[in-house]
Design a protein around this ligand. Structure first.
Ligand code: PMP
Length: 405
């Protein structure tokens, strides 16, 4: 076997296969990899929160404060008792309940799309949408800052993918014009998940139309926060219901539930139902989550002022942090980013905030597309002025040297 050919034409002797490792040694390489991550300040840890934690949460995505709302959590509990704890099967087998159908109908109607399809997560929705709407005959052109789930979708599509520098519609146009495939799919986030900045959706749509491309927008952070009554960034850009635009959302952020959905033209939704592997081969969203999302959508419809409260809180927090000398992004939605001097400093900063009762997100490589580590702060509709004061005080007191100017 030492002279056997491997795929690249080298022999096993050339590629230095170690003497047969013992079962205990098979995963030794994981320790080496963990040591490398630790040396680069990239160790990750779970920090479970207690049910009665009094921590101030500036890290979660419960933008409308609905995850623990009694109307939403109560609907989930009632649905679990009525339908069972799990969905029992995939959507095409036993997993579709009346709740799933109603949720799809209500989501499409609210957002102004022809139809919707609910997935078990936003991650699965993105994987399914990108792979099913591209393929060997289609080029994919994406912004480099898109969410990891879209990137995985691009990779799984096994076609030409052009990842364009962040926020450069002219370069997207060029990539579309010079593509070698008959079809094309442009993929973007609406609100980029790390810095919270917005994609120029109208301009991207125009570019797509000039080149016969479809536009796929991940509105995970826009839905429930932006647009009229929280209808999302795609609706706000006047693109809801357009024949060449597809939107993905998550039910796990503004709606405080769990799951994801794709919204778009009826024939797109039918194609996904019949071909998207992350839809077909995945157990359906739990009925409790579908019920929670439906109830949250009901709250959003009856309280259309909720999204504005998120934007107000984001504006206040950002202004106060800037006044304290920090490099903070301008808020466009619920997400703010604070630049940290290094990956280690970001992790220590976040840990010190947590010790003082304020939970913030810490984004380090590989979660940041440009290698610049940040604290990521999110706001909620129910954040009070005193919460914001506390947050700014704790973030300032915990800051590493060099974080503020
Ligand atoms: N897209 C974006 C932009 C996200 O931030 C997330 C969640 N982090 C997802 C998709 C995935 O959604 P879910 O958590 O529902 O899988």
């Amino acid at each position: 076997p030492s002279t056997a050919e491997c795929g690249c034409g080298a022999t096993l002797r050339d590629v230095n296969v170690p003497a047969s490792p013992s079962p205990e040694q098979v995963f030794d390489w994981l320790d080496t990899a963990a040591d490398k991550r630790a040396a680069a300040g990239l160790t990750r840890k779970l920090r479970p929160r207690g049910a009665s934690s009094t921590e101030l949460d500036l890290a979660g995505n419960d933008y409308l404060g609905l995850a623990r709302d009694k109307r939403v959590a109560g609907a989930a509990a009632a649905a679990a008792l009525r339908w069972g704890a799990g969905a029992t099967g995939s959507r095409l087998v036993t997993g579709s309940t009346e709740l799933h159908t109603e949720l799809e109908y209500e989501l499409a109607r609210f957002c102004g799309a022809q139809a919707a399809l609910v997935f078990s997560s936003g991650f699965a929705a993105n994987l399914g949408a990108v792979t099913a709407l591209s393929g060997a005959e289609s080029a994919i052109v994406s912004d480099k800052h898109i969410h990891a789930s879209l990137i995985e979708g691009c990779r799984l599509s096994r076609t030409d993918v052009a990842a364009i520098n962040h926020g450069d519609p002219a370069a997207i146009k060029h990539a579309l014009a010079t593509r070698r495939k008959p079809r094309a799919l442009v993929v973007t986030d609406s609100v980029f998940s790390v810095d919270g900045d917005l994609a120029p959706l109208r301009e991207l749509s125009q570019v797509c139309r000039e080149h016969g491309a479809a536009l796929l927008v991940d509105d995970a952070h826009g839905f429930g926060v932006l647009g009229e009554g929280g209808r999302g960034a795609v609706h706000a850009a006047g693109l809801a219901g357009e024949p060449d635009v597809v939107t993905t959302i998550t039910l796990s952020k503004a709606l405080g539930a769990q799951g994801g959905a794709v919204l778009g033209p009826r024939r797109v939704i039918r194609h996904l139902l019949e071909t998207a592997r992350s839809f077909i081969f995945d157990t359906a969203l739990a009925p409790a989550s579908a019920a929670a999302a439906l109830a949250a959508l009901g709250v959003l419809k009856s309280e259309p002022g909720l999204p504005d409260k998120v934007l107000t809180a984001a504006g206040t927090l950002s202004a106060q942090l800037r006044a304290a000398g920090f490099r903070v992004t301008t808020p466009e939605a619920a997400v703010l980013a604070l630049q940290a001097p290094s990956a280690d400093a970001a992790a220590e900063w976040a840990a010190r905030c947590a010790e003082q009762g304020v939970r913030v997100g810490c984004f380090r490589p590989p979660s940041v597309p440009d290698g610049v580590s940040r604290l990521r702060l999110t706001v909620r509709a129910d954040l009070t002025e005193s919460d914001v004061d506390t947050a700014v005080k704790v973030i300032s007191e915990s800051a590493p040297a060099g974080a503020a100017s």
